[in-house]
Ligand binder design. Structure first.
Ligand code: DGY
Length: 293
């Protein structure tokens, strides 16, 4: 289990470097509890929404993350969720274990085809692109929404409304920021097709879960497959857990042995560079190296 907040505030006193994961909230209070000698914050994650980066920058502290090494693993998980939700793999597995499998039936647990369908990718960075690459192999049409990205792997850029109106699958690959918080709300879901499947391997906070529950419960959309929730872990009384058309796994996007080894290594390299006062191999606030606070 991650350390309790009080324990963390106590243990952090006097450290020169902080190596954290996404389970720790690294905010101004924690940085100040560490003290003015704190030289570096290194997170074993690509997402840094758990770190108050402006507060670190204001203190001249570089923040390291681990991009690149988890691209394929996370894209694989997005595709695993997409296929599982489309072909109702988890529902089928539960069906057998519940002793319900009596015969083959032409209409048993019918799902969706991938070939010829449209995949809409929101956020076309490294992971979004890697998902598009996989979709090519499944003969899917791919469109994306990302005003800062250039097309790749046959994917066509479109505005958000077009993406929502045309996609059979919508996969989220954007960071959690104040601008993307609850991007997936009732309005967003109302624009999706009734057969559409939402896949989230980004951050739970991007989705308004109450709105998602309503959309799934009323079959406004076909299904959702979530690797991330808000909060994590998802409380056992979350209404999402009552729904057959909502597949949830416990934030496993980067959870392959090789990927986690590479993430640990990169996080350690960032930490050691920061302790030596050198530039971090991967730094989210490189401006700290230009102008001392
Ligand atoms: C990250 O690194 O941000 C991922 O969410 C961990 O899998």
């Amino acid at each position: 289990m991650p350390p309790a907040r009080e324990q963390l505030l106590e243990k952090v006193k006097g450290v020169d470097g902080l190596l954290c994961t996404l389970t720790e909230r690294v905010d101004a209070e924690l940085m100040d509890a560490a003290g003015p000698q704190l030289k570096v914050i290194s997170s074993m994650s690509v997402g840094v929404d758990h770190v108050d980066v402006p507060a670190a920058t204001a203190r001249g502290i570089p923040v390291g993350n681990t991009p690149g090494v988890l691209t394929d693993a996370t894209a694989d998980m997005a595709f695993a969720l997409l296929l599982s939700a489309a072909r109702r793999v988890v529902e089928g597995e539960k069906y057998i274990r519940a002793g319900k499998w009596k015969t083959w039936h032409p209409q048993l647990l019918l799902g969706a085809d991938l070939a010829g369908s449209t995949l809409g990718i929101i956020g076309f960075g490294r992971i979004g692109e890697a998902v598009a690459k996989r979709a090519q192999g499944f003969d899917m049409r791919v469109i994306f929404h990302d005003p800062t990205a250039t097309p790749a792997f046959g994917a066509q850029p479109v505005d958000l409304d077009t993406l929502l109106h045309e996609s059979d699958f919508v996969s989220l690959h954007i960071p959690l920021t104040p601008n993307t918080k609850h991007l997936v709300n009732a309005d967003f879901l109302a624009k999706m097709k009734p057969n559409a499947i939402l896949i989230n391997t980004a951050r739970g906070g991007v989705v308004d879960q109450a709105a998602l529950y309503d959309a799934l419960k009323s079959n406004q959309i076909f299904a959702a497959a979530l690797d991330v929730t808000d909060p994590e872990p998802l409380p056992m009384d979350s209404p999402l857990l009552e729904l057959e058309n909502c597949l949830i796994v416990p934030h496993l996007g980067s959870a392959s042995q090789r990927t986690r080894d590479l993430m640990s290594q990169l996080a350690a390299e960032n930490l050691l560079a920061g302790l030596k006062g050198e530039r971090l191999p991967n730094c989210v606030n490189p401006e700290v190296f230009l102008s001392p606070p």
